[in-house]
Design a protein around this ligand. Sequence first.
Ligand code: FAD
Length: 422
Amino acid sequence: MKLNRRIFLGSGVAAAASLKAPALLAQGHGKPRVVVIGGGAGGATAARYLTKDSEGALDVTLVEPSRSYFTCFFSNLYLGGFKEIDDLGHTYGTLAAKYGINVVHDWAVDVDRDGKTVTLAGGASLPYDKLILSPGIDFVDGAVGGWSLAAQNAMPHAYKGGSQTELLRAQVDAMPEGGVFAMVAPPNPYRCPPGPYERVSMIAHRLKAANPTAKIIVADPKGKFSKQSLFEEGWANHYPGMIDWVGEDFGGGEVSVDPAAMTVTIDGEETEVHACNVIPAMKAGRIAEMAGVTEGNWAPVNAADMSAKADPDVYVLGDAAQQGDMPKSGFSANSQAKVCANAVRGALTESRVFPAKFSNTCWSLIDANNGVKVGATYEATEEKIAKVDGFISEVGETSDVRRATYEESEGWYAGIVADMFS
Ligand SMILES: Cc1cc2nc3c(=O)[nH]c(=O)nc-3n(C[C@H](O)[C@H](O)[C@H](O)COP(=O)(O)OP(=O)(O)OC[C@H]3O[C@@H](n4cnc5c(N)ncnc54)[C@H](O)[C@@H]3O)c2cc1C
């Protein structure tokens, strides 16, 4: 009887302990250490969920060079004049103060997977038990003839948040009356499939008010693009005659630029332009390549937990990951981060790991209160993150439906930045 009682009490204490203070599986040094590289949609969410749910059992360091993260999501609305730049900026103070995350503002410049350390530009070395990489994207060198990062002031990409977006808007505003805006669109796969076309819509909205005889040319290496029928309907209704989309079949992939002369040559025909947005082909943020977890341009991952195929102790989230069917979006990165945080916490503390489920919706604004969306749910298979089912806005929807879709997107933005930073 006494023995039973002791066993009962013992197991009860163990159960309480597993709720309050999870078992520590990394041996030889205090708490298990997780280093997260990149404080964007994937990395900030992962760091927050790791600490929020682990009750102090993990030592989490977030490495991010910027003190303010300017979201790319909704940056097109800034270009259209629907947002101010400050609406897009978010800081890391709450992650440090409320969750105890060690926020280090520096660049990660090397990863030693054998020694399990990350080296920072400032010289520090961070040991880890698990490493999460969410560095976003970099551009493929030489992808657009005549363009390099050295030309990003003359012809901005505006595909990383912040100053580039401000520069692009200033250049659109400075266009002469009846001037030409050109966009060089990227090949698949790339960050935010509808992003370039929402951007065209928002720049058209801005020009329609300030410079209505201006023209927009889009040189596109693709034969079709995300939500194409919805954008084409919107462009015909709101910006008739303003936008010329030159797709693959019309030589849109045969493009080069001259940033000094401000010309764009499409399929042999040179055009003088007054503002030009070059969005080159993309690849995983360079630190993923330096960590040796990429194959080609992206980092292949296991769908169940986002661990890299190259290393079970390294995880890759968001745009940098080659994961299967999900588009490269902030929503996807946030969704993947929660699955990853749950798996990493489980691996380090024996806490419960739930089956991986993912979701995504990409909203786009075509004109004031004219929002459209595409989305899907996903599951983890052995092979990849696989689409389960999806939905998309329809051509010809009423203005009430489009307004409701736009309002939904506003709610989503507030929700995701809270899920990352507060
Ligand atoms: C114009 C535009 C519109 C978009 N609209 C939407 C939208 O409406 N909805 C949506 O869901 N998504 C949208 N996106 C896509 C979304 O922004 C990205 O998919 C998302 O940010 C990816 O998250 P991430 O964590 O992979 O990368 P990011 O959010 O880019 O974060 C990467 C972070 O890593 C840091 N970093 C990089 N290298 C290092 C290093 N070596 N050391 C330390 N830190 C490093 C960077 O500073 C950066 O802060 C849009 C994108 C663009 C360009």
